[in-house]
Write a new protein. Structure first.
Length: 339
């Protein structure tokens, strides 16, 4: 089969012929239709995050936003059938036994395995996956639409869920890219009034099209004053990887507001303790999401409340797709067609 292999950190992916994987007893073999391109793939490929670098297997096949069809299954698999359209996410497997798993936090499993980093992912014609963590894709949801939900969609969903967004609240989304344009839609599905902020007018136009009540270009020196004039925000979710976005987002919080951390700047975030204490501000993170979260996101999409803006490219153009992501030259998400 054809697969895009990472020869070593910092090198372009190489399209190679490799053996087709054989599923274990508790696994399925998936013929990959599409696989989304995620910013985490860049971090893994570059080896620029120590935790990712240490966990990355040699000669890795990247990709953790996978949609395809089951073509083989192990003897112990009973809940999936040959021909089922399914998706595979960042969480390849969780033990179900450690304390986080028992508390419903399987995404924080201490023995968890990550797709497209610790095991091979979906930048290939076929991949194997644990049947227990392979989810059916709803009928009527196109594979290109479904794939980005398995990371980008579920991550912003969990961020807003962890921030306890309620109907009628003001939610600011910083960065209307691949994750941010989904965050706008999820926040609206929660009943929030959305304020979108970005440096690009084209992305602000997209946010308005998706239902943002107000949009601001962060290069405007009066942007903070404008957000505060609206009453500041109950929740600020930052999908940008720019530290400056976090600095501004924190200042936009109303008393008792919550900052939701999604984007990963290279430098540490810094907030004054007095600012946190005096405002009773909360800071929450989102480590992708659980299978329960994924089912909720897929249901939103199936109901027409969540639609990803996607471009499709063939697997052979994977390096071009990663280069465009590095440059920030993507409106929405890129999805690789693998078969």
């Amino acid at each position: 089969m054809k697969a895009a292999i990472l020869p070593d950190f910092g090198q372009p992916l190489a399209l190679e012929d490799v053996p087709r994987p054989v599923p274990e007893t508790d696994e399925v073999l998936i013929e990959v239709e599409v696989c989304g391109v995620c910013h985490s793939d860049l971090h893994i490929a570059h080896g620029d995050l120590p935790g990712f670098r240490a966990a990355t297997k040699p000669r890795l096949i990247l990709g953790h936003e996978v949609v395809g069809r089951v073509v083989e299954k192990g003897a112990a698999v009973v809940d999936l059938a040959i021909g089922d359209r399914v998706g595979v996410a960042w969480l390849h497997w969780a033990c179900g036994e450690c304390e986080p798993c028992r508390e419903g936090l399987e995404n924080l499993c201490r023995r968890g395995v990550v797709t497209g980093m610790m095991v091979d992912g979906g930048y290939a014609e076929f991949m194997r996956a644990k049947a227990s963590h392979t989810l059916r894709v709803p009928d009527g949801l196109a594979p290109e639409q479904a794939a980005p939900l398995f990371c980008a969609g579920v991550t912003v969903y969990r961020a807003l869920k962890n921030a306890q967004v309620r109907a009628g609240q003001r939610v600011a989304v910083f960065g209307i890219g691949g994750l941010g344009h989904l965050a706008v839609q999820v926040a609206r599905a929660f009943g929030a009034e959305v304020i979108a902020l970005d440096v690009a007018e084209s992305k602000l136009a997209l946010a308005r099209e998706l239902g943002a009540a107000a949009t601001f270009n962060v290069t405007d020196p009066d942007v903070l004053k404008a957000v505060r004039k609206l009453g500041a925000v109950h929740v600020a979710v930052v999908t940008s990887a720019a530290k400056a976005a976090y600095d501004l987002a924190f200042k936009c919080l109303r008393p008792g507001g919550t900052l939701a951390v999604v984007g990963l700047p290279a430098e540490p975030l810094q907030f004054a303790a007095l600012g946190i204490v005096s405002n009773e501000a909360r800071i929450v993170g989102a480590a992708v999401g659980t299978r329960e979260d994924l089912r909720a996101v897929l249901a939103l999409a199936a109901a027409g409340q969540l639609q990803c803006r996607v471009e499709t490219q063939p697997l052979a153009q994977v390096n071009e797709a990663l280069d465009r992501m590095q440059r920030g030259d993507i409106q929405g998400r890129i999805v690789l067609r693998c078969c």
